[in-house]
Design a protein around this ligand. Structure first.
Ligand code: C2E
Ligand code: MG
Ligand code: MG
Length: 686
């Protein structure tokens, strides 16, 4: 309302109209008030006369003992020259023959009873003789006339005598009302004057009012501006609050729900399932494959664009099912669906999610096909009906999907629960085993095929958990996954290095120790220091240590790995490329780094006696590595036949069950000590 008024005041045309109306109103009021004052003062004089006359009339009536207060002769009307001007009423003058009455001021009319106006005045006076209603104003011939009735009283004996004589009888006594005068006053000039004043006053009033309104308008304009500012600030504040509210529940990059909103939604869905509103609650956890690669190779803009596109694609799948898409951060997304029907096809949902993401995506000139792993869990399948149980199950399924390969989904079921239960058990037991030395090294001898001498041992990890040996294929990947491999590797390296160094110190043959190091170890910032620390602590000579790495090391930050390995080589440590022949481009890696030793995988040794092709390949590889000045070691020699063939090919070092299975530390030391077992090994080579 206030704003409307202010806007109204700011409209200049409206202001002018208002000023004009005010001026007219003030003029009119002034005019009316002035005239009222003029006429009123005139009237009051006449009223005095009338009142006085009435008093006389009453006295006269009492005196005469008559009921009728108005004498019968009260018919004569005269027009008094109240002022110097004679009233110029044409009608009256035309009909009246005037006669100046002695002793009375003014003129007396003799034939006025014929004048209807005067008759009506007399009648009016007769009815209301004591009131002032016989006063009136009227326009006659363009003149504003104030009219009143004044009685004519027989004031003296001579006056009475004169009138009685004229009437031919003894009609009047002194004090009688003999008639009345109609007294008319020309008020035209007074009216004109007040009108002129009113007209003169109006513009001044108008200007004053305009000034006042303008002043007020200015003030109101300032108020309007202040109000507008306030409104705009409030709008900004509201927008900021709305944005903050949105951000509190949404991911700012993709506009998807955030983790907190996801949990709220999930909680609601679980309650709905309890009340039977929905049949099931299904969550899908989605993790993009190789997202880090996209970010690192194409930049963060590309990474962001991929995430936005993924969110849109997921919404296309979830929206028709009434589901919600959330981003947990990084490349992790989640979808929650609460179907009303019991036969909801979870497998179909998984496939839809995988397929929707595995579509082409163009960024600049590059075209990508993002992949993802999806883990799905349904509340109906989960042991427990709470969010943590559901999330844990979906997480387990996601983990299984990732392990199974790229662009896959996995639903959570009983089999998975058993499988994952075992994994969880090992995950919990692994740190304990490492701390209590439940994980120990075994040493497998490496034999020189020319001399039959033991040239070294390879340290291999073993884990005895609750009386059972856990397969290496199970716990090494687990240790890598939970980032405990570094601790495991250096523990194995330290224990076996201590044993070999001790053997050397006690005068036994100085042999080499080959320690397996994971790619993850090589990329840690203090890898070189840790290796040097092992040498320092155990007293093993750097020249006795060989680090076995696989080609995985090249996949990651190769430059950094090369720097560390070069530094260790410079310190006298040897580096071997393990499992050669199992990868795809091992040969190119051999040229990338000056390895001291190449260990050919046992898969190549296995069929070397049966398959001619393998023999030829081994022959050529061995020659090539010899030419490159590298020691060639072959793994997995199980038979004499294999050994003989490898000797023929020219392989220098062999390792395998044919010579010895991996030995406990004490057994290995015993082997080095005992000439019998050493000789037995030697005899195998012949
Ligand atoms: P690897 O380094 O190539 O080790 C040789 C593997 O071949 C060992 O298996 C050994 O027991 C097995 N082996 C040796 N001779 C024969 C044979 O004549 N026949 C057969 N069938 N197998 C033979 P293991 O101990 O199960 O280790 C497997 C792999 O696990 C190793 O391959 C190595 O890559 C990894 N590994 C073992 N211990 C460690 C460790 O302490 N740290 C790391 N990072 N990896 C380890
Ligand atoms: Mg090895
Ligand atoms: Mg190997």
């Amino acid at each position: 309302m206030k704003v409307i008024t202010l806007v109204w005041l700011n409209e200049i045309r409206l202001r002018v109209v208002v000023c004009m109306l005010c001026a007219i109103a003030v003029g009119a009021v002034y005019f009316l008030a002035y005239n009222y004052k003029v006429t009123n003062s005139e009237m009051s004089q006449r009223q005095q006369l009338i009142d006085m006359t009435n008093a006389f009339t009453s006295a006269f009536a009492v005196h005469r003992g008559e009921e009728n207060l108005v004498p019968a002769t009260f018919r004569r009307i005269g027009i008094q020259e109240f002022t110097d001007n004679v009233i110029s009423n044409a009608d009256v003058r035309a009909t009246a023959s005037t006669m100046r009455m002695p002793g009375t001021p003014g003129l007396e009319l003799t034939t006025v009873e014929q004048d209807p106006r005067i008759l009506s005045i007399i009648a009016n006076m007769a009815q209301t003789r004591s009131s002032a209603s016989h006063n009136e104003h009227l326009w006659i011939d363009g003149q504003f006339i104030g009219r009143t009735i004044v009685p004519s009283i027989a004031s003296s004996e001579s006056c009475v005598a004169c009138h009685n004589e004229a009437l031919g009888g003894n009609v009047y006594e002194v004090g009688d009302v003999m008639g009345a005068f109609v007294v008319e006053t020309d008020l035209t000039s007074a009216v004109t004057q007040s009108a002129a004043y009113a007209i003169g006053t109006a513009p001044i009033v108008g200007i004053l009012v305009f000034g006042l309104i303008t002043l007020q308008a200015r003030r109101s304009a300032r108020t309007v501006t202040a109000l507008q500012r306030q409104v705009s600030a409030e709008q900004k504040q509201r927008r900021a609050e709305e944005r903050a509210k949105f951000l509190a529940s949404h991911d700012s990059l993709t506009g998807s729900a955030n983790r907190s909103m996801f949990y709220d939604h999930l909680d609601r869905n679980i309650s709905q399932m309890e009340t039977g509103e929905v049949a099931d609650v299904i969550i899908a956890l989605i993790d993009l494959d190789d997202f880090k690669l996209i970010n690192d190779s194409m930049g963060h803009d590309a990474g962001d664009a991929v995430l936005v596109t993924i969110a849109t694609r997921l919404r296309k799948v979830a929206d028709p099912l009434g589901g919600l898409v959330a981003r947990f951060g990084g490349d992790e997304f989640a979808v929650v669906v609460a179907p009303k029907q019991t036969d909801f096809d979870v497998e179909k949902l998984g496939q839809q999610l995988v397929d929707s993401i595995h579509q082409e995506f163009q960024f600049g000139t590059s075209v990508l096909r993002p992949g993802c792993s999806v883990g799905i869990a349904s509340l109906s399948q989960v042991d427990g009906s709470d969010i943590p149980a559901l999330m844990k199950s979906a997480d387990t399924a996601l983990y299984a999907a990732k392990n199974a390969g790229k662009s896959r989904y996995q639903t959570f079921d009983e089999t998975l629960r058993t499988k994952m239960g075992r994994k969880l058990e090992l995950l919990t037991a692994l740190p304990v085993a490492l701390g209590e030395s439940g994980i120990r090294p075994v040493l497998q001898p490496k034999v020189d095929l020319k001399s039959g001498e033991i040239v070294g041992f390879e340290a291999l990890a073993r884990w005895n958990h609750l009386g059972k040996e856990i397969p290496r294929t199970e716990f090494i990947p687990l240790a890598e996954e939970c980032h405990m491999i570094e601790q495991l590797d250096f523990q194995i390296m330290r224990q076996s290095a201590a044993a070999i160094a001790e053997a050397s110190r006690s005068g036994q043959k100085s042999v080499m120790l080959s320690a397996n190091v994971s790619a993850l170890d090589v990329h840690t910032s203090d890898f070189v220091e840790q290796v040097q620390d092992v040498l320092l602590v155990t007293g093993l000579s750097p020249s006795q240590l060989t680090l076995e790495i696989t080609e995985n090391v090249f996949m990651q930050n190769w430059k950094k790995a090369r720097k560390s390995l070069t530094a260790l080589r410079a310190a006298g440590v040897s580096v071997a490329l393990d499992d050669f022949g199992t990868g795809y481009s091992s040969l190119s890696y051999v040229l990338e780094f000056p390895f001291d030793e190449i260990k050919i995988d046992r898969s190549l040794a296995k069929d070397v006696t049966r398959i001619e092709q393998n023999k030829d390949m081994l022959l050529h590889l061995t020659r090539m590595f010899h030419d490159l000045d590298k020691t060639v070691t072959i793994e997995g020699v199980e038979t004499e036949e294999q050994m003989l063939l490898l000797m023929e090919i020219g392989v220098q070092v062999a390792q395998g069950y044919f010579f010895s299975k991996p030995l406990e530390l004490e057994e290995a030391r015993e082997l080095l000590r005992s000439t019998d077992t050493g000789a037995a090994l030697k005899s195998r080579v012949g």
